[in-house]
Design a binder for this molecule. Structure first.
Ligand code: ZN
Length: 398
């Protein structure tokens, strides 16, 4: 199998059987009553009990061995640059390492670490289109990196957004990382982006590195981006009263990142819970960053929010899967017929005091990953990065 092949060549039929626990990714029903999934040509075609689904003609059979299957995790906030290399910490293979942390899809919040990043309009548009194309062609380890997220500059006009959209750009990088740092200009451009189907996010909080600036609640609310990027700061969070104002002042996505302030993440989670708005909570790492890259960052956020935020683990997994998929209109992230066959297969880590995987996560432990699957193709088996899973799935037939 070509390492970076986007999808299977030819017809394929994957059957995952003997699933012990099936997490759906959907808040309204986070656990499904099923032990078998069938996926054909990279898409889920059946979910149910073994006796009720058609497993005939499988090209790959995975025996989950009683472990837990969940949708592949989505990192809503990364800063890729080129291939599987990041200049931020001069590291190679960081995306593949995230795959070993269960991440099968990543969303770029801007390719801002590109050495010599162009700030002029023609240059930034060219870079965004290049990044979108390059990451769709090359998928490190099979990971789907949605990149090509230009950072807006004051000289841009409506026509630029129309042109970007027509060229296949679907995301804006974090508003505030470029020249536009004021509410009115941001709002105007975010509106243009939205008009042409481009999603937007914003850098919330204090400067991340020397050279970036403060974006406070007034700018965030006025800009009205689709996602409130790292509402818990990246790294420096806004004061609690401002976080509350943002949560209550709009209905946009509330993104919690690993590279942010953990106390503020828990504070935001509590407000979202009070408001009955857990569907707005999505997770990212904001990697690579000053604090490095975190292959297990999304799992660590799930565990943090579940253990200290007192959210059932099966709900916390929705923040990293179905919530993000729905908010960002992705075809993965949920165990549903027709969705992309992207899965992470896990079990409780060896020697965790939790009796089940869910209990172990609620106690603050990370699960062990035994396999990842993207587009119906097994990409990795026992993770090299998580603690070892108690039980692992096995490929029993082709
Ligand atoms: Zn940021």
């Amino acid at each position: 199998m070509a390492h970076d092949e986007p999808q299977a060549a030819g017809a394929s039929k994957l059957v995952i059987r003997n699933i012990g626990l099936l997490l759906s990714g959907a808040l309204e029903k986070p656990i499904l009553d099923a032990d078998t999934i069938v996926a054909e040509n990279g898409r889920i075609t059946a979910i149910g009990r073994a006796k009720d689904v058609d497993a005939e003609g499988a090209t790959t059979i995975v025996d989950a061995n009683g472990t837990t299957v969940a949708p592949g995790l989505i990192d809503s906030h990364v800063h890729p640059v080129a291939g599987d290399w990041t200049p931020r910490q001069n590291q190679i293979g960081w995306i593949d390492s995230f795959l070993h942390g269960g991440v099968t899809t990543m969303i770029s919040a801007g390719e801002v670490h590109m050495p010599g990043r162009p700030r002029d309009v023609v240059g930034l548009k060219a870079m965004a289109i290049f990044a979108q194309r390059a990451f769709w062609t090359l998928r490190p380890g099979g990971v789907k990196v949605h990149a090509g997220a230009p950072v807006i500059e004051t000289e841009m006009v409506e026509e630029d957004f129309k042109e970007l959209a027509a060229a296949g750009v679907k995301l804006l990088g974090e508003v505030g990382l470029g020249g536009v740092k004021d509410g009115p200009t941001a709002r105007k451009m975010v509106g243009w982006a939205r008009k042409y189907g481009i999603q937007s996010t914003i850098h919330t909080g204090g400067p991340s590195i020397p050279g970036s600036g403060l974006i406070d609640k007034d700018v965030v609310l006025e800009a009205d981006t689709d996602v409130i990027g790292h509402i818990n700061g990246g790294h420096t969070a806004l004061p609690d009263d401002q976080i509350r104002c943002i949560c209550e002042g709009c209905k946009r996505g509330l993104e919690l990142v690993h590279n942010g302030n953990e106390r503020s993440a828990l504070y935001t989670l509590r407000i979202a819970q009070e408001m009955g708005d857990l569907n707005r909570v999505i997770l990212g790492t904001d990697s690579p960053a000053g604090s490095g890259v975190q292959p297990l960052g999304i799992l660590r956020m799930v565990s943090l929010l579940s253990s200290l935020g007192e959210v059932p683990a099966e709900i916390a997994f929705c923040f990293a899967t179905g919530n993000t998929a729905r908010m960002r209109a992705l075809d993965c992230g949920l165990i549903e017929v027709g969705r992309s066959a992207d899965f992470v297969i896990m079990d409780r880590a060896q020697h965790s005091p939790g009796k089940t995987i869910l209990e172990s996560v609620q106690l603050g432990d990370l699960p062990g990953i035994g396999m990842t699957i993207i587009d119906g193709i097994v990409r990795t088996q026992r993770s090299r990065n998580t603690p070892p899973a108690t039980k692992v799935p096995v490929i029993v037939g082709h």
